[in-house]
Write a protein of this length. Structure first.
Lengths: 333, 271
């Protein structure tokens, strides 16, 4: 096989893996948008907040330590214990559920029936609040997240794909990050679980009902408040998973919240209301930007990854505004 | 004939005691009075109609009963107890199911799933049991499926059980909405213009279903209707509203001969 093709395949595989991570973030958006019509700008910050909380709990950090020290003149930073990763993840999930409850109770409960733009503005406010709150609670320094996920290239894949080069001296086998493989597996499981949950459980059915028609949902005895808290909790869970993956990859820091921006083109491609759409959209963006950089990039001086996704999204907005899987927008007159 | 205890209808059905009682209900939207000081009762097992010209406040009345509107004055009594102000979903959990004038179905879901949502209140297993889909959760699903299938058979919509609701024609949508309300096995079934926008044949079907539901399950039904003819045939007792006020209450025959009612329908000037 020619070197170009082999290298292209590797780029494709890596693109798919990156796409999975985009899809994970987009998934959180879709869940909330479907159930409540809220475009949650804060989804990225939720991932950051979840990752910060997870690191904080694992390292036994004292929450609000800077504030406490400043006010009381003490010097507390750590409880001095380390908590097992699994336990920490469960505790963090608890925090995310409390957060979901607060978001519903203090913000969106009072905004029922408002214009979508108002709800959107509220989520922008929420994003900045949570960003600041996260800093205040856990500090703003860059943290290392190690929940025991494998890191680095997989030698097994590298060794076992070397024969594809057929004696080509330049080819050492595919380089694929182990973390990406794990992330792909986890994302796949997450999607299957979410689909099963929404199709076959009572709460899932109620969630779909609320997503479809609020009035009708009320009339069959579904509490909208409960469902919304549940949806925000599920979105919090998805944010936690995304936060762990991205955090393990590039450290827990402010830039984590910017992955939300990468999820936007994914949503425009996949449609705001479709879970499979978020997955396929994520993969297309992931593969697309890597392949574009690989093929066209050298011709235009590179750095196409920064804008490719947005241009693609723009094209979609012009030619297929509902996305690949979104509900078709038909207005009956 | 509207005494505290029940009565026997002309066709020999026994009507029980009072199930629901509205006492001096007044509902305002800002300065506009939608309902003014209306009282009436609904007895167990009867078909009770609320009729009146456009804008008479019929739908508002139904929305008060089902908790979508909270009246500024007056009391709602259900099963002999005064009902505190409630959210619509709490009212539904009390055993009051309803349909809507302009159909409110879950368009993206199949007919079967739509009707299944009517059973949500009967599913008591927790999130965890639901998640692992064992024991109680599984048993509940099977039991509730049985009720749902019975309702689907009863309303003759077996052939469209798996069809997404969005694809159905209007008349069938109305029937699916009725099925969802029935699946909740309600004590009181509220129908908001069940025959609106239907052709003669569909109206006849719907009338038959309403009568059958009342007959077979003994469900108490309160319905709003525009079409005088249909109402008079269907209902045991009729409340007539006009401009938010009650202008008549009694059997179809009593109401028909009521001068105020005739005026309201023929459009005598209000002075």
């Amino acid at each position: 096989m020619p070197t170009q093709l082999l290298f292209g395949t590797e780029v494709l595989l890596n693109g798919l893996m990156a796409g999975v991570l985009y899809a994970l973030v987009a998934l959180g958006f879709v869940l909330i948008y479907k159930a409540s019509g809220i475009f949650n700008y804060a989804q990225g910050v939720m991932a950051l907040f979840a990752a910060l909380t997870l690191v904080g709990i694992m390292d036994g950090q004292v929450p609000f330590s800077h504030l406490i020290n400043a006010v009381l003149g003490t010097e507390v930073h750590h409880f001095g214990w380390h908590i097992n990763a699994v336990v920490s993840i469960i505790l963090t999930m608890g925090v995310m559920i409390i957060l979901a409850y607060c978001v519903q109770q203090f913000v969106f409960r009072h905004l029922v029936g408002q214009e979508p733009i108002i709800l959107f503005m509220a989520t922008i406010g929420l994003a900045y609040f949570m960003e600041g709150f996260g800093d205040l609670m856990w500090g703003s320094d860059i943290k290392k997240l190690d929940v025991g996920l494998p890191q680095g290239g997989s030698f097994w894949i590298e060794d076992n794909s070397r024969w594809l080069g057929f004696g080509n001296e330049d080819f050492y086998g595919f380089f694929i990050d182990k973390l990406d493989i794990v992330a792909t597996g986890i994302a796949a499981i997450l999607v299957v679980v979410l689909v099963l949950f929404s199709q076959y459980t009572k709460q899932g059915r109620a969630m779909r009902a609320v997503a479809d028609d609020h009035q009708a949902a009320l009339s069959v005895g579904i509490s909208l408040n409960f469902i919304w808290v549940m949806v925000w909790s599920v979105a919090g869970f998805v944010a936690l998973v995304a936060g762990i993956m991205w955090g393990a990859k590039s450290g827990v820091q402010f830039s984590l919240s910017l992955i939300a921006l990468k999820a936007l083109p994914v949503l425009m491609l996949g449609g705001f209301t479709s879970i499979p759409g978020a997955i396929v959209g994520g993969l297309i963006i992931g593969v697309g930007e890597k392949m574009f950089e690989f093929t066209i990039g050298p011709l235009v001086g590179g750095a196409t990854e920064n804008w490719f996704a947005y241009v693609l999204a723009l094209l979609f907005l012009v030619f297929r505004p509902q996305g690949l899987f979104g509900e078709k927008i038909i207005e009956r007159v | 004939m509207s005494n505290e205890e029940g009565y026997v209808t002309d066709d020999g059905r026994k009507i029980g005691g009072t199930l629901m009682e509205m006492k001096n209900i007044t509902l305002r939207f800002g300065g506009v009075k939608a309902i003014t000081d209306i009282s009436f009762d609904i007895k167990e097992g009867e078909i009770r109609a609320i009729i009146g010209p456009n804008g008479a406040g019929k739908s508002s009345m139904l929305n008060v009963i089902s908790g979508f509107y909270v009246p500024q004055e007056g009391e709602v009594w259900f099963k002999g107890a005064k009902r505190p102000p409630m959210k619509p979903y709490q009212v539904a959990q009390q055993g009051i199911a309803r349909t809507f004038q302009n159909i409110a179905l879950f368009e993206g879901m199949s007919v079967l799933d739509n009707v299944m949502t009517g059973r949500l209140n009967y599913m008591k297993s927790g999130l965890f049991q639901q998640a692992i889909w064992k024991g109680k959760a599984e048993r509940e699903e099977v039991e509730n499926r049985e009720v749902v299938e019975k309702v689907i058979d009863f309303l003759e919509i077996q052939s469209i059980r798996k069809t997404p609701v969005a694809r159905l024609p209007y008349g069938l949508k109305k029937r699916v909405e009725l099925a969802r309300a029935l699946a909740a096995e309600p004590m009181l079934l509220l129908l908001d213009e069940p025959m609106a926008g239907m052709n003669v044949e569909e109206k006849e079907d719907m009338s038959r279903f309403i009568l059958d539901v009342n007959d077979e399950f003994g469900t108490t039904i309160a319905l709003i209707e525009h079409d005088m003819g249909v109402v008079m045939d269907l209902s045991d007792r009729v409340v007539v509203m006009d401009y938010g006020k009650k202008i008549g209450d009694g059997t179809p025959d009593e109401v028909r001969s009521n001068q105020d009612v005739i005026d309201a329908y023929l459009g005598v000037s209000h002075d």
